[in-house]
Design a protein around this ligand. Structure first.
Ligand code: MG
Length: 183
């Protein structure tokens, strides 16, 4: 059997790829902040940053980030075979694999993550909108990946805030979180 890749290597690589492609944790946290504010006016940017960082610890998300960004970069360098090269390069509207890869990574965070991902896919906001505008670069997968990380982060935060409102102890919250999540 081949040796498995240690999880910290995968996490570091996923974070580095996001950064290299112009997406910071702050950019994603800003989307989370705007998503949560109507429901929790007291939510802080720090909480949104913390939640986004926590979401990036999940393998499901890291794997989606690595696969998606790799395909964007290869398409940008014109290194894919046809017709996949053209499908990704042109962000063909009916392609859909970009959304499917990103959507697959939000399931660990429940129904709020799924519906929020659908919302962000349609209402491109913040850095998602900026990526969409950069037509000289290929961000076919990245815009959906950012939407999935933001959606998962917002869903995680929503559940945490409810737990806090119910005055649950921090160990209790962590235990519930670990049991509910995969990867
Ligand atoms: Mg896309």
């Amino acid at each position: 059997m081949k040796k498995p890749v240690p999880c910290e290597i995968v996490e570091q690589a996923a974070r580095k790829k996001l950064e290299e492609r112009g997406v910071t944790i702050e950019d994603i946290a800003k989307i989370v902040f705007d998503l949560q504010r109507p429901y929790h006016p007291s939510v802080t940017m720090n909480e949104c940053l913390e939640s986004t960082n926590a979401v990036l610890c999940k393998r499901e998300i890291q794997h989606a980030v690595l696969v998606g960004i790799e395909l964007d970069v290869l398409a940008e360098k014109n290194q894919l075979s046809q017709p996949l090269q053209s499908l990704i390069d042109s962000d063909e509207g009916l392609f859909g694999v970009d959304e499917t890869v990103a959507l697959g990574s939000v399931f660990g965070f429940g129904s709020i993550a799924v519906t929020t991902f659908g919302y962000l896919d349609k209402q491109k906001v913040g850095i998602i909108k900026e990526l969409d505008r950069k037509k000289s670069e290929v961000h076919t997968f990245l815009d959906d990946l950012v939407a999935s990380i933001a959606a998962s982060s917002a869903a995680r935060l929503a559940h945490r805030m409810r737990d806090r409102e119910e005055n649950r102890r921090i160990e209790d919250i962590r235990k519930r979180e670990d049991e509910e999540l995969i990867g």
